[in-house]
Unconditional design. Structure first.
Length: 350
């Protein structure tokens, strides 16, 4: 075993542990994982929503860096609420990083209350509570004291105090959101606009996060964002601008970009036999980190998204610009439109 293999293993461990401590699970297609940026987004767009996400990144740096997510949202309405309603969200996220298989498992439950302001606008507030279960496998790590002068020797002691390999913590977050929508059509609408803008904070009360000390706590993560969908005048197509800002401790992240949505088919007005579908193409930029080409296809109640992070950060010499591919699948029922809040007889339109 050559010394440079040991160096690369140590580099993977050094990268994985501090980064996992400093930042949360996140996806480049963050608009498709709303619970990650604000619990108040649950139930804002759809009465029912099921989505799955997968991200594979940094394959040229070390062992796997993979992130998975599954989410379910459901609105809860009652005539006594007079058009206002609740929504619940169940989410399970998991990621694994590096040769040590540093793994985070984060199941959580979110609850949001949505208040109608007028026919086109509503505000919401949400809370999210869950667990953070973190594990690490030290068996694949190589240490400098295990180099006998000629090669790596697994029988030599590492000289490290590696007594704890799993920790569990309680976590909580919350936020507020403002939603505006002009049309009951989600995929296509002439002369219409819709957007969400909000702020949130995560890790109000997170316990131990370090395998080595008892005092480390994950810093609170603050989010602010704007996601829009605006019809292009004299056209059935639209532009979908987005900006996300997150700060956690001394680290910050800014993502800006837009998708151009081409509406390939409008729904039939009366029979619903013709299904709407649209193709959206665009690019996002994560400041000082990555360029993210993105493709989104929506067909009626289904959607599939694919993006790829092209690394442009200081990690480029090691990553060789190989960032990460990300896939998203979504199934949704009955878009929520301000005029129809609380009604059960409203015909859904996409």
């Amino acid at each position: 075993m050559k010394l440079n293999y040991i160096a690369y293993s140590l580099l993977a461990f050094v990268i994985a542990v501090p980064l996992s401590k400093a930042q949360d699970i996140h996806f480049s297609q963050y608009a498709e994982t709303p619970s990650i940026i604000n619990p108040a987004l649950a139930g804002v767009t759809f009465n029912t929503r099921v989505s799955a996400n997968f991200k594979n990144q940094w394959t040229s740096v070390g062992n796997k860096y993979q992130t998975y997510g599954v989410s379910f949202e459901q609105t809860i309405k009652h005539k006594k609420l007079k058009g206002n309603y609740f929504a619940i969200a169940l989410n399970i996220f998991r990621d694994a990083a590096g040769d040590a298989n540093l793994t985070n498992l984060n199941p959580n439950l979110g609850v949001a209350y949505l208040q109608k302001v007028n026919k086109k606008m509503k505000v919401s507030g949400g809370l999210q509570m869950g667990l953070n279960y973190r594990t690490i496998d030290y068996s694949n790590l190589r240490w400098d004291q295990q180099f006998d002068g000629y090669s790596y020797n697994a029988n030599l002691p590492s000289g490290e105090n590696l007594s704890k390999s799993a920790i569990t913590s309680f976590d909580m977050g919350g936020g507020v959101n403002l939603n505006y929508i002009q049309s009951d059509k989600f995929i296509s609408a002439r002369n219409a606009a819709k957007f969400d803008v909000g702020v949130s904070a995560y890790h109000y009360s997170l316990g131990r996060t370090s395998f080595f000390t008892t005092t480390d706590k994950l810093d609170t993560r603050f989010c602010a964002y704007f996601n829009g969908d605006f019809n292009i005048p004299n056209s059935i197509n639209a532009i979908m601008p987005s900006i996300l800002y997150m700060r956690q401790g001394g680290n910050s992240e800014v993502i800006v970009g837009a998708l151009l949505k081409f509406v390939l088919g409008d729904p039939s007005t009366y029979t619903q036999l013709k299904k709407p579908h649209a193709l959206s193409i665009g690019t996002y930029y994560r400041y000082n980190d990555a360029i993210i080409p993105t493709l989104l296809y929506q067909y009626n109640k289904y959607a599939i998204g694919i993006s790829y992070d092209i690394n442009v950060s200081a990690l480029t010499p090691a990553s060789k610009r190989n960032g990460g591919i990300e896939l998203m699948l979504r199934y949704n029922l009955f878009p929520v439109y301000g005029v129809n809040l609380g009604r059960t007889d409203a015909r859904p339109s996409y």
